[in-house]
Design a protein around this ligand. Structure first.
Ligand code: NAP
Ligand code: GCO
Length: 264
């Protein structure tokens, strides 16, 4: 019988006070996992805990800046002491800076790389030893369509998410023999606070040009929602995907497969 249950598993979803991480954490709770999450600051953590409580979802939260190795080591140690060792890690925390590359400072570029690529390295390093001892583990990296494609103003983000795709493949290669599966989810364009600026209606009430562009480039003819990622995230965290390793599962409404609607 195929097992999609996450019962008796401990899952950590980084940056899950809202958005995609929140939806994945909710899906894991409903699939039977004991779920914990982190935020980079106490205010966001409190907002997140309130939102989970309002939905009747039991979860514990920690303040942890995923770019700081000492913070991460302390958080993982606290989780192991208070809850148990981590069976499932979702590297969801991420930022984007939309700046033309030649206008971007090295500091701005490095900040995106730190959160979107170095932090998943730090987080994965922190949980893999216990996964090896336990004889199983799941690491899911939230990649992006920008793991495959570029576009104006997102050079740092695309470089980070492209690197995250290869980090995913390398973790799978290096630790697959310990029954650790590391895969990625590549969301398409999802309606969250991260993409809100791209969907802001124009002063005359018309669609933002980028909004109309994405609708035309997506066979599903809509933006994705965080809920669209729940099933794929449960699948990759469950025993049902134990022989899948180093893959990126694109949840994009078909956009990567589509050349785009020909002009009428
Ligand atoms: P979001 O609403 O901006 O959420 C991002 C989360 O990352 C925030 O909750 C934030 O938590 C957390 N975070 C940022 N820096 C952090 C740090 N240093 N330490 C700890 N947490 C940190 O974005 P989203 O749309 O849900 O995106 C979630 C993930 O999906 C990101 O990796 C993003 O790149 C990826 N993605 C998004 C889309 C999309 O279209 N929305 C598509 C593909 C991939 P706090 O504010 O609580 O600290
Ligand atoms: C952008 C968007 C994208 C999405 C996502 C697509 O500015 O192009 O923010 O990067 O967030 O990563 O998969």
């Amino acid at each position: 019988m195929v097992d999609f249950s996450l019962k008796c598993k401990v899952a950590l979803v980084t940056g899950a006070s809202h958005g995609i991480g929140f939806a994945i954490a909710e899906a894991y709770i409903n699939a039977g996992a004991t779920v914990v999450f982190n935020s980079s600051n106490p205010d966001s953590l409190e907002r997140g805990l309130k939102a989970y409580k309002e939905k009747g979802l039991e979860i514990r939260g920690y303040v942890c800046d995923v770019t700081k190795e000492e913070d991460v080591t302390n958080m993982v140690a606290s989780i192991e002491k208070e809850i148990g060792t981590i069976d499932i890690l979702v590297n969801n925390a991420g930022i984007i800076k939309r700046i033309p590359m030649c206008d971007m400072s090295v500091g701005e570029f490095s900040q995106v790389i730190d959160v979107d690529l170095v932090a998943p390295f730090i987080m994965s390093k922190a949980v893999i030893p216990a996964m090896i001892k336990k004889g199983h583990g799941k690491i899911i990296n939230i990649c992006s369509m920008m793991s495959e494609l570029g576009r104006e103003t997102v050079s740092a983000y695309a470089a980070a998410k492209g690197g995250l795709k290869m980090l995913t493949r390398n973790i799978a290669s290096e630790y697959g023999e310990y029954n650790i599966q590391c895969n990625g989810i590549g969301p398409g364009y999802i309606a969250t606070s991260q993409t809100a600026p791209l969907r802001q209606p124009q002063p005359d009430g018309s669609r933002h040009p980028f909004d109309a562009f994405i609708i035309s480039k997506t066979p599903a003819a809509r933006w994705g929602t965080p809920e669209d990622l729940m099933g794929p995230a449960v699948f990759l965290a469950s025993d049902a995907s134990d022989f899948i390793n180093g893959q990126i599962l694109y949840v994009d409404g078909g956009i990567l497969a589509y050349i785009g609607k020909q002009p009428k």
